[in-house]
Design a protein around this ligand. Structure first.
Ligand SMILES: Cc1ncc(COP(=O)(O)O)c(C=O)c1O
Length: 433
């Protein structure tokens, strides 16, 4: 009889579209040369965010009063006490939500990468057009009518399952860039409507996210004065996300939480193409090294990163090739092929990954609201089973002393009608709990 090893068992579940948990055994993952970036580049990115604080304050005075787009770490003792395995309930005080669902301006983790890349472009244009004289000039000048007039001569393009388009579109339009957002078939109508209201051009695609990216990339290549925010390949996006690592390190320090080999930081990150979770993990690793255990969470139908990490399939393979259909209500995570940049930069350092069925995400949307009053969209709740279930099956003594961060990635700006419908589905699914 052939022996079925853990990876074969996991792979079979994965390709049948069943919820799966995979722990990285350290087997090499063939990949391209990693980008040559490190802590210095992340610190540069943080400095850029700081230069832009006066501008962000001027443009969004009600949302970013100190000019910094950041989210709190929230303890979730009620949720943890109710849903941790009984024998691990004493870990409740070490379970946190990193509340990117409430990030100002864009209401999702995409505020980090997407807005950052627009700021990089705005800075280059502002220096070239002499709107500012240098990095120490007053960046609120970028909100002047003169600056808007100059920015209007530049085109900004992006492709998205929704939230990246919303973040880039909001920032791009706030500065006056001509902005085009290519939306994949999964993108929700309200996200397209809001972008149109901001004056962005929205191109709707009948096909999936990968096709929308390809269309936007070729439109940008053929245009003059155009900048394409490339969700699959952009280093600027990646660095924008990575600044979260430095900020979380400060937040943990303030809270008196130690991160060490004996007390690792376990982070559970919803993953689509991989840029957001990959960038965040890269930033955290720049500070904490191997003492960060990063876990990526994907819908069962869109397990593109997990399939890339655990198989020897070539980078161009997609979830369709293994029989998955990439259909999920978790629109932000509806991606069929993972980013090679991310695989090269952090793939081998991902501690594990898991897949979550759509119904399960809706259940966590309801539980997070019921126990802690958190307003999440389904994608944003994908990390919960990692911290509250899977990690406790890992036979490592460090787990019990670890700090666990469930990164909630979007939801605070979902219109009420849509949110109530999602919540109702989760409430119905958890009625017997
Ligand atoms: C709410 C939400 N969570 C997580 C992600 C994952 O980000 P990435 O596609 O960069 O992996 C997205 C992407 O759009 C998202 O919208």
């Amino acid at each position: 009889m052939t022996e079925i090893n853990a990876d074969t068992w996991t792979w079979n579940r994965l390709s049948r579209g069943e919820p799966t948990f995979w722990l990285n055994s350290g087997r090499p993952i063939p990949h391209e040369t990693p980008p040559s970036i490190g802590l210095r580049d992340i610190e540069d990115a943080r400095a850029r965010w700081e230069r832009f604080a006066p501008l962000l304050k001027a443009l969004f005075p009600d949302q970013v009063t100190d000019g910094i787009i950041e989210s709190p770490l929230i303890p979730v003792p009620k949720l943890a006490a109710r849903y941790l395995p009984e024998e691990h309930r004493d870990a409740s005080s070490r379970i946190f939500v990193k509340a990117d669902h409430a990030l100002p301006v864009a209401g999702s983790i995409k505020a980090r990468g997407g807005i950052y890349e627009v700021l990089c472009l705005a800075e280059r244009v502002a220096l070239a057009e002499k709107i500012i004289s240098g990095h120490d000039d007053d960046y609120s000048k970028l909100a002047s009518p003169l600056a808007r007039e100059k920015f209007a001569r530049y085109r900004l393009l992006v492709a998205s399952t929704g939230n990246l388009g919303f973040a880039v579109g909001t920032m791009g339009r706030a500065l006056g860039f001509e902005t085009t957002v290519h939306m994949s078939s999964d993108a929700k109508t309200w996200k397209k409507d809001r972008l149109r209201k901001l004056g962005a051009i929205v191109v709707e695609h009948a096909a999936d996210y990968t096709s929308a990216v390809a269309a936007a990339r070729s439109e940008a290549a053929a245009a003059d004065n155009a900048h394409f925010v490339d969700d699959e390949q952009s280093l600027e996006l990646f660095l924008g996300y990575s600044v979260a690592g430095l900020r979380v390190a400060e937040q943990l320090k303030k809270a008196g939480i130690e991160v060490s080999a004996k007390k690792p930081l376990c982070v559970y990150l919803p993953c689509g193409v991989g840029g957001a979770p990959g960038g965040v993990l890269f930033g955290l690793r720049a500070v904490f090294g191997d003492n960060v255990w990063g876990f990526f969470a994907e819908p069962t139908a869109s397990a593109c990163m997990l399939m890339r990490l655990m198989s020897q399939l070539p980078p161009e393979a997609s979830v369709y090739d293994i029989g998955l259909d990439n259909r999920t209500e978790a629109d932000g995570l509806a991606v069929g092929r993972a980013s090679e940049l991310v695989v090269a930069a952090v793939g081998e350092h991902v501690k594990g990954a898991f897949t979550v069925a759509d119904d399960e995400m809706f259940r966590w949307v309801a539980r997070a609201q019921r126990e802690e009053g958190l307003r999440l969209e389904p994608s944003a709740a994908a990390g919960f089973p990692g911290a509250l279930q899977h990690i406790w099956t890992v036979p490592a003594p460090e787990v019990a002393n670890a700090t666990h961060l469930m990164w909630t990635t979007g939801g605070s700006m979902v219109p009420d009608e849509q949110y109530q419908a999602m919540l109702a589905r989760g409430v119905a699914l958890t009625a017997n709990e």
